[in-house]
Design a protein around this ligand. Structure first.
Ligand SMILES: Nc1ncnc2c1ncn2[C@@H]1O[C@H](COP(=O)(O)OP(=O)(O)OP(=O)(O)O)[C@@H](O)[C@H]1O
Ligand SMILES: [Mg+2]
Length: 590
C-alpha cells in the first residue's frame, strides 16, 4: 500500500495488473485484425462470384469461416482478461479504501458522513471498474478500428474516404463538449446519491427518535427534496447521453449516404468495381458500431474519472494519526502529559488547554469535571484517537508520536463513553481485542466487569448474540461488556470513560475494587466519572473545567481547598440526601 494521505491514480492500479490488461489488449488487437480481413475477403469473394468462379468462392468461404472462429476465440480472451483485470482493480481499491478508512480520525468522519463514505466504496468504485473494464475495452477497440479502417478507406479511394468521413470532426467536437458536461454532472450525481444514502442511514439508525417525536412526515419531505435533486441531475445526465447517441449515429448515416451517392456514381461510370464498393461499404459498417459505442464510452470514462476523484477525497484526507518510527519496548506504565492543547477544528477554541500531569505506574487517578469540560477528549488523546502535537504525551519518557499506534494502544486499554457492541456473541465482543483469549480469561474479565448476574439471567449466557450495535442489551450491560473487553487486554494502563455511569453505586464500588488486579504487573487506572463516590479511592483527583486542569490532589486536599471540587462534592452530597429522602416518602414508595 502506498503512503497515506496520497492521491491514487487509476493508472497506478492499471500498472499493478499490467500483464492481464496487456494480454487483453493484445487479444483485442488480434480480434480486430481478423475482423478487418473480412471486408477484403468479401471483396475477392464478390468478384469471384461476379466471374462465376465457384472454386474461388468456396475457398474464400472457408477462409471466412476460419477467420470467424479464430476471431471469436480472441474476442472471448480479450473480454475475459480485461474485465477480470477491472474487477481485480476494484478489489484492490476497495481493500486500500478500507485500510485508510479504519485509520481516519473522528474529524474525517465529521466532514464525511458515513453515507458518503459508503457511496464512494460502492457506487463510485463500480464506476471505476466500468471504466477499466468495458470502458477501456471499447476505447481501444474504437481506436484500433479507426487506426486501421481510415487508412484502408483512404488507400482504397482517398477522395471517397474524405467525402464519407465528412461528419467526423463534428463528432469529435460534439463528443468533447458533451463529455465535459457529463463529467461535472456525474460527479454531482454521485455526490447527491451519497447524500441520499446518508439520509436513509441516519433515519434508519434514529428510527425510534423519528417516531417518538412524530417527525415521519417532515423527514419524508426533506428526503423527497433530496431525492428530487438527485433525479434532476440524473435527468441532465440522461439528456447528455441521449444527445450523444444520435450524434454518433448521425455521423454513420452521413457516411452511408455519401457512399451511396458518390460511390454509386463511381460504380456506374466504371471507376470502381462492385467488389471495391462492397468492401468500402463493409469498412464503413465496421466503423458504425465503434462510433456509436464511443458515445457510451465517453459517458463511462467521464463517470469513471469523476468517481475516482471522489474516491480520492478519502485517499487524500490526511489520517493525522500515523505510526512513529521507534520500535515498541515493554512498557512500565509511566504516562506523562506536558502542556497538551487540543482543538477539534482549527480556529475553534481548544477542547483541552495546557494540560500537564503525570500518571505514575500502579496508581488510580480519577478525572472529574462538568459535562463538556474535556474529559472524553483527554481519553481520546491518550488512546491516540485524536491527533496530538509532538512533545505532549510520553509513555515511559517516549513521545507517543514516535511510537507505532499499535504499541500505544497495547499499553492503554480504553473503554469509551459510548459502548459499542458488534452483532456477535457477548463472548466474542469481550474478546474483540484478543480473539485468541481462552474461555477462562473471558469469563474472568466478564466477572470482574460485574457482568456475572446479567449473564445468569440470559439463557445462553456469554454465547448470547447481541443485536446490531448491541441494542438487545441494556445500557448498563453494554457498558459492562465494554469494560470487560478493555480489562481482557491486561494493558498496564486502563482508561474508563464514565463506564460505570449506568450501574448503582454499590455495584460500581464492587467493580472498582477489583480493577487494580492485573496479571503481569501493576495497573494504572484512569477513571473518568460524574460520580464522586469513587473519588475517595483515588490516589489523585484531576478536576477539569473548560479544558483546563483547575485542581489536582487527593480528596482530603481538594476538600480542604474549598474550591471547585469541594463545591461539586457538596452538591452531590445534597442531591444524594434529597434522593434518599424522596425514596422514603410514602407516595414515592407507592
Ligand atoms: N468530535 C468532536 N468534534 C468537535 N468538537 C467536539 C467533539 N467532541 C467533543 N467536542 C467538544 O469538545 C468539548 C469537550 O468535550 P468532551 O466530550 O471531552 O466533554 P466531556 O467532559 O467528556 O463531557 P461529558 O461529561 O458530557 O462526557 C465540548 O465542548 C464538545 O462540544
Ligand atoms: Mg465525555
Amino acid at each position: 500500500m502506498s503512503a497515506l494521505g496520497q492521491k491514487r491514480r487509476i493508472r497506478d492500479y492499471f500498472t499493478r495488473h499490467k500483464p492481464s490488461f496487456i494480454g487483453g489488449i493484445a487479444a483485442l488487437i488480434a480480434t480486430q485484425t481478423f475482423s478487418l480481413v473480412v471486408p477484403n475477403l468479401l471483396k475477392h469473394a464478390t468478384n469471384a462470384l461476379a466471374a462465376h468462379d465457384f472454386d474461388e468462392v468456396r475457398r474464400y468461404a472457408l477462409y471466412l469461416l476460419g477467420v470467424a472462429v479464430v476471431g471469436a476465440v480472441a474476442r472471448i480472451a480479450s473480454r475475459l482478461l480485461i474485465f477480470n483485470a477491472g474487477r481485480e482493480v476494484e478489489y484492490d481499491i476497495r481493500n486500500d479504501l478500507f485500510a485508510v478508512l479504519s485509520r481516519m480520525p473522528p474529524s474525517f468522519y465529521a466532514k464525511m458522513p458515513s453515507g458518503q463514505v459508503m457511496s464512494r466504496a460502492i457506487n463510485d468504485l463500480t464506476q471505476v471498474r466500468l471504466l477499466l473494464g468495458p470502458g477501456l475495452l471499447n476505447l481501444i477497440n474504437t481506436a484500433l478500428v479507426y487506426a486501421v479502417v481510415v487508412p484502408l478507406l483512404i488507400y482504397t479511394d482517398a477522395v471517397l474516404a474524405m467525402i464519407t468521413l465528412v461528419a467526423l470532426p463534428l463528432l469529435v467536437i460534439g463528443g468533447r463538449a458533451i463529455g465535459r458536461r457529463m463529467y461535472e454532472d456525474s460527479k454531482e450525481a454521485q455526490d447527491r446519491l451519497g447524500n441520499v444514502s446518508s439520509k436513509v442511514q441516519e433515519n434508519l439508525t434514529g428510527i425510534a427518535t423519528v417516531r417518538v417525536y412524530r417527525r415521519e412526515a417532515e423527514e419524508e419531505r426533506t428526503f423527497r427534496a433530496m431525492n428530487d435533486r438527485f433525479v434532476d441531475v440524473n435527468m441532465r445526465l440522461a439528456r447528455s447521453r441521449g444527445l450523444m447517441f444520435p450524434l454518433m449515429g448521425l455521423c454513420g448515416a452521413v457516411g452511408g449516404i455519401m457512399l451511396l451517392w458518390q460511390g454509386g456514381l463511381r460504380l456506374m461510370d466504371g471507376r470502381m468495381d462492385l467488389g471495391t464498393f462492397v468492401a468500402f461499404n463493409a469498412y464503413l459498417t465496421a466503423l458504425t458500431w465503434p462510433t456509436i459505442a464511443l458515445g457510451w464510452m465517453i459517458s463511462l470514462v467521464q463517470r469513471g474519472f469523476a468517481a475516482m476523484d471522489r474516491i480520492n477525497d478519502v485517499f487524500t484526507a490526511v489520517p493525522g494519526i500515523v505510526d512513529g518510527p521507534l520500535a515498541p519496548a515493554p512498557f512500565a506504565g509511566k504516562l506523562e502529559i506536558k502542556d497538551l492543547t487540543v482543538a477539534y477544528k482549527e480556529g475553534q477554541p481548544p477542547a483541552l488547554e495546557n494540560i500537564t500531569t503525570t500518571f505514575e505506574p500502579g496508581k488510580t487517578i480519577v478525572v472529574v469535571g462538568r459535562t463538556g469540560s474535556g474529559k472524553s477528549t483527554l481519553v481520546r488523546a491518550l488512546g491516540r484517537l485524536l491527533e496530538v502535537p509532538k512533545g505532549t504525551i510520553f509513555l515511559d519518557g517516549v513521545d507517543v508520536n514516535d511510537l507505532p499506534v499499535d504499541a500505544v494502544r497495547q499499553a492503554l486499554a480504553v473503554a469509551p463513553q459510548e459502548a459499542f457492541l458488534f452483532s456477535r456473541t457477548i463472548a466474542e465482543n469481550v474478546a474483540f481485542g484478543r480473539p485468541e483469549a481462552p474461555r477462562e480469561v473471558i469469563d474472568l474479565a466478564a466477572s470482574k466487569a460485574g457482568l456475572g448476574p446479567d449473564l445468569t439471567g440470559m439463557k445462553e449466557g456469554l454465547e448470547t448474540v447481541v443485536g446490531e450495535r448491541g441494542i438487545t442489551l441494556s445500557g448498563g450491560q453494554r457498558q459492562r461488556a465494554a469494560l470487560a473487553r478493555a480489562l481482557l487486554l491486561e494493558a498496564p494502563i486502563l482508561v474508563l470513560d464514565d463506564t460505570l455511569s449506568a450501574v448503582d453505586t454499590e455495584t460500581e464500588s464492587r467493580i472498582l475494587a477489583r480493577l487494580a488486579e492485573r496479571t503481569g504487573g501493576p495497573r494504572t487506572t484512569i477513571l473518568v466519572t460524574h460520580r464522586l463516590a469513587c473519588a475517595s479511592m483515588a490516589d489523585r483527583i484531576l478536576v477539569l473545567d473548560e479544558g483546563r486542569i483547575v485542581e489536582q490532589g487527593t480528596e482530603p486536599e481538594l476538600l480542604a481547598k474549598r474550591g471547585v471540587y469541594a463545591e461539586m462534592h457538596k452538591h452531590q452530597r445534597l442531591k444524594e440526601a434529597i434522593d434518599a429522602v424522596a425514596s422514603h416518602r410514602p407516595e414515592a414508595a407507592a
